[in-house]
Design a protein around this ligand. Structure first.
Ligand code: PMV
Length: 329
């Protein structure tokens, strides 16, 4: 699944594509040290990068000033990074909880790093997290490490979380990243159409966890995530569905659900083992595990309930692609 190994050296123009993600268990609690399971999904951002006399993103000459993700990505190259023409195309909806910013940072960073002599995948994961953190201010390395590694990725899970990949750091904090068994399942993610701010949701949950019952709640998040990782690894769909429902109750308790998300989860129920919000919540998307053979029905139910459904599977991590003709901006 392409999670180890390096991004090789390649002459400019370079092109790379990086997957989005959906969180299966443990969002929010991961920020406070609990385990998380994240799936790299087969919706991608592709970037094509070449040195240029001026900086441009999809034709926009002002993007280096206005786009924090681009600015930090280029700055991460070193003290005199140079100027680049960057073009991107993406199928990942923005502000939907599906990792569009991590995929942008992963694809552009890998393409730039290939042109600068290549990079080890663990170093790329660290770079992408530092970029996202600098641009966004809060959060865990779940999105960026999953986009770099591909497959089913765990954080903070210890040996239940699979084979160690790398450790990502920010100041004193460190997150151990591993990859676990891929059960080969199809999932349905569905975007509610309601954009939200990850940073605001993360701060609201942090305040909620400071109340007296906070530590017990966090422990329950951790137990559900650990059991969820183990059930996915064993391929136990029924157990995974039950644990998704339990995880959703906890997310509701800490205040990050939304009436539209609850309506979508309800609509999914007859055709799903389980469903929950995915990512920061307060809008964004849900993820559902279909009952075997009921995938099409599940997609129809979610579309009828007003969401944009995407059937997804596990994807390999960020990779170079043959330099394709530049997309028109
Ligand atoms: O909704 P997203 O894609 O921004 O995911 C956020 C996941 C959180 O656990 C809420 C924050 C984080 O960085 O882990």
């Amino acid at each position: 699944m392409n999670g180890d190994g390096t991004i090789p050296s390649r002459g400019f123009p370079t092109s790379a594509r990086a997957p989005g993600k959906c969180v299966l268990f443990g969002e929010h609690a991961v920020v406070h040290g609990a385990p998380e399971l994240v799936l790299a999904i087969d919706l991608y951002t592709q970037a094509i990068v070449a040195p240029s006399s001026e900086s441009r993103l999809n034709g926009d000459r002002g993007a280096l000033e206005t786009n924090r993700y681009l600015r930090e990505t280029v700055a991460a190259l070193g003290p005199s990074p140079g100027t680049f023409d960057v073009r991107t195309v993406s199928r990942i909806p923005r502000s939907a909880g599906l990792g569009s910013s991590a995929a942008f940072v992963g694809a552009v960073s890998a393409a730039l790093a290939a042109g600068a002599g290549g990079i080890d995948r663990g170093a790329l994961a660290q770079r992408c997290f530092s970029v996202e953190r600098a641009a966004q201010g809060v959060g865990s390395p779940g999105d960026t490490s999953t986009s770099v590694a591909g497959g089913y990725v765990t954080l903070n899970a210890g040996s239940v979380g699979g084979e160690p990949l790398w450790t990502v750091r920010a100041g004193e904090a460190a997150w151990e990243v591993r990859r676990t068994e891929d059960p080969g399942w199809a999932w349905i993610v569905a975007y509610s159409g309601i954009p939200r701010s990850t940073a605001d949701a993360v701060r609201a949950v942090a305040a909620r966890l400071e109340r007296p019952d906070g530590p017990a709640l966090l422990e329950e998040f951790a137990n559900v995530a650990r059991a969820g990782i183990s059930a996915v690894t064993r391929g136990d769909r029924t157990e995974v569905g039950q644990l998704m429902r339990r995880n959703q109750e906890l997310l509701r308790d800490v205040g990050v659900s939304h009436p539209r998300l609850e309506a979508l989860i309800e609509a999914a129920q007859p055709a799903a083992e389980g469903a929950k919000l995915t990512g920061a919540g307060c809008g964004g998307s849900i993820v559902a595990l279909p009952l075997p053979g009921r995938e099409v029905e599940l997609v129809r139910r979610l579309a009828r309930a007003g969401a944009v459904p995407y059937p997804v599977r596990s994807s390999p991590g960020v990779s170079l692609v043959e330099a394709a003709p530049a997309p028109r901006s």
